[in-house]
Write a protein that binds this ligand. Structure first.
Ligand code: NAD
Length: 259
């Protein structure tokens, strides 16, 4: 898909995956809406891109906020791609194991919040974006747009102690093909990327050196965490390659979580 005269929305656009993807898609000529709640990083990235791309403060917990961000993208140029890479507010209590070491179950509120952040909001943003793309004139390729969601290898084999997160990411994997089928008649593709362990802002608090020390050896080859630009390279390929549709691509250098 040619996005050079279009706009793109990237949720979590000020984050690791989102920022790297915004840079690559802006370099293809698209005006990017950086949809995030980190004002400082979002504004700085918009200034760096400098091609009419904008930061729009967007809370993925709020449907109206997501609608406004998509409307902003449409006002810049026809929306051709939505890349959904956000994090969100942490659950109200710690944990993730069905039953913790004290014998207590993970709260339903914890489960629900995790699913809200990583699955429901991704669905909502996908649907709002698809609604806007459906109004586009199709390109010569008969395509109107593409949606890229972010799953995780945790959605395939689970991360130990993270039942809610694995369930949410499994939902993203299930959604990719279903959504592709629904949107096929209007020329919109739907894909997902399932990353392994990547050095993004998500590991900022732990410290990237410590994270590399801990997670690098778990990766098959190369023995390091992924670089966010390696995610962005795949996102770019999905956007550009019309024959990628309806599936989730693992991007994990062979990493598998053990039980
Ligand atoms: N980093 C990894 O190893 C890894 C692996 C698999 C999947 N993922 C997934 O990738 C996605 C992005 O993660 P990342 O690693 O780039 O993290 P990141 O922390 O670098 O980026 C996440 C971004 O989301 C933003 N955000 C937080 N709350 C928000 C809200 N309410 N509304 C809008 N934006 C909000 C943050 O400000 C941040 O910029 C997540 O869905 C995560 O589950 C990450």
């Amino acid at each position: 898909m040619d996005i050079s005269n279009g706009s793109v929305i990237v949720t979590g656009g000020a984050g690791g995956f989102g920022g790297a993807t915004a840079r690559r898609l802006a370099a293809l000529g698209a005006k990017v809406v950086i949809a995030d709640v980190n004002d400082e990083r979002g504004e700085a990235l918009a200034a760096e891109l400098g091609n009419g791309s904008v930061y729009v403060r967007t809370d993925i917990m709020d449907e109206a906020s997501m609608e406004a961000a998509v409307a902003k993208a449409v006002s810049l140029a026809p929306l051709r791609a939505a890349v959904i890479t956000h994090g969100g507010p942490p659950p109200p209590d710690k944990g993730g194991r069905v039953i913790n070491r004290e014998g207590q179950r993970v709260s339903t509120a914890h489960f629900a919040q995790t699913v809200q952040v990583f699955l429901i909001s991704a669905y909502t943003m996908s649907a709002i974006a698809a609604e806007a793309m459906a109004k586009n004139e199709p390109l010569a390729s008969n395509q109107r747009g593409v949606i890229v969601n972010t799953a995780s290898i945790a959605g395939f084999e689970g991360t130990p102690g993270q039942v809610p997160y694995g369930a949410a990411k499994g939902g993203i994997i299930a959604m990719a093909l279903n959504m592709a089928r629904d949107l096929a008649p209007i020329g919109i593709r739907s894909m997902a990327i399932a990353p392994g362990t990547f050095a993004t802002f998500a590991y900022e608090r732990m410290g990237l050196d410590k994270a590399q020390e801990m997670f690098g050896p778990m990766v098959l080859n190369p023995k390091r965490m992924g670089d966010p630009d390696e995610y962005a390279m795949l996102a770019q390929q999905i956007v550009e390659n019309d024959f990628l549709n309806g599936t989730t691509i693992r991007l994990d250098a062979g990493q598998r979580f053990a039980a």
